[in-house]
Design a protein around this ligand. Structure first.
Ligand code: FE
Ligand code: FE
Ligand code: ZN
Length: 285
């Protein structure tokens, strides 16, 4: 089981600090934003302690493709109502992919976006058009479209919608999928039969396109279309189910990334990772 979590990326150690944080939880994967997720201001990669971070990854035997980049959530390539928003998304995406490559990471998770006041089909078509406007997809980088909860006007909450985008992009070799357990539950997939959900994923998208899993519990019932993450064992999915998903042979090589809420201002990842590895659940508080 490859287990990681969403870690910080901040001064003074930047990406090196991210790796240190992940190691402190005994994680063997990690995910980070290259700056604040709510804006597009970014520091030059040269200042982000990348060589130190890579050395630390190597020392600990963690391959660089387990350092996952998450694009900022303000990026909305599906926005057809405000073209400048989608244009900004393209521009930022190009730079973010270059940063991903410069860092030496491979997978960049991206929310497919929201159609706002347009409609689902327009949103999907707009996202495809914008993704195809990205001038350069650096070698060895893969944009992983995240399965969404379907809150508001989000696109990508059904596997069919993700498949439609993957079929529409002109560089399919640079695209894959990130499966979020909280989001798929909230979107209406019954994860209690995870093998059936994987079968459906395989049939509609193809399991070979799956590169990242976000392992989260959910505060809401199946189909609620909400997107509120819960700590492992404290939501509607529950510890036993999430643990059995994490241990499923069919996804054994894929990094599982926790994006669970802080408890009392503290990240719960060390404890959650230990529980998932041991299979023994102890409620956190
Ligand atoms: Fe996400
Ligand atoms: Fe997620
Ligand atoms: Zn979420």
């Amino acid at each position: 089981m490859i287990l990681g979590c969403h870690v910080q990326m901040k001064a003074p150690d930047f990406v090196e600090g991210s790796v240190k944080e992940a190691l402190s939880y005994k994680a063997d994967a990690l995910m980070l934003y290259t700056g604040a997720p709510q804006n597009t201001k970014r520091r030059p990669v040269e200042e982000m302690h990348v060589s130190q971070a890579r050395a630390l990854m190597e020392e600990n035997g963690i391959p660089m493709d387990r350092m996952i980049i998450h694009a900022p959530y303000i990026i909305n390539p599906a926005n057809s109502i405000k073209p400048e928003v989608a244009e900004l998304a393209v521009e930022f995406l190009e730079k973010e992919l270059q940063r991903t490559a410069a860092i030496g990471a491979k997978y960049m998770v991206l929310h497919p976006g929201s159609y706002t006041t347009a409609d689902l089909e327009t949103g999907i078509a707009t996202a495809i058009r914008r993704l195809n406007a990205v001038g350069d997809y650096p070698e060895n980088t893969v944009v992983c479209l995240e399965t969404m909860a379907g809150k508001g006007s989000e696109i990508g909450y059904r596997f069919e919608q993700i498949a439609q985008i993957l079929e529409g992009v002109s560089h399919p070799e640079h695209f894959g999928v990130c499966f979020d357990t909280c989001h798929t539950n909230d979107a209406g997939y019954d994860l209690r039969d995870f093998d059936a959900v994987l079968d459906e994923f395989d049939h509609v998208i193809g399991l070979s396109r799956l590169h990242v899993i976000h392992l989260n519990d959910s505060k809401n019932a199946m189909g609620a279309r909400k997107d509120r993450h819960a700590n492992i064992g404290q939501g509607t999915l529950g510890f036993d189910l999430l643990r059995s998903i994490a241990a499923n042979e069919r996804i054994s090589g894929i990094p599982l990334i926790l994006e669970t809420p802080y408890i009392g201002g503290r990240p719960p990842y060390g404890e959650e990772i230990a529980m998932l590895r041991s299979g023994v659940y102890t409620p956190l508080e």
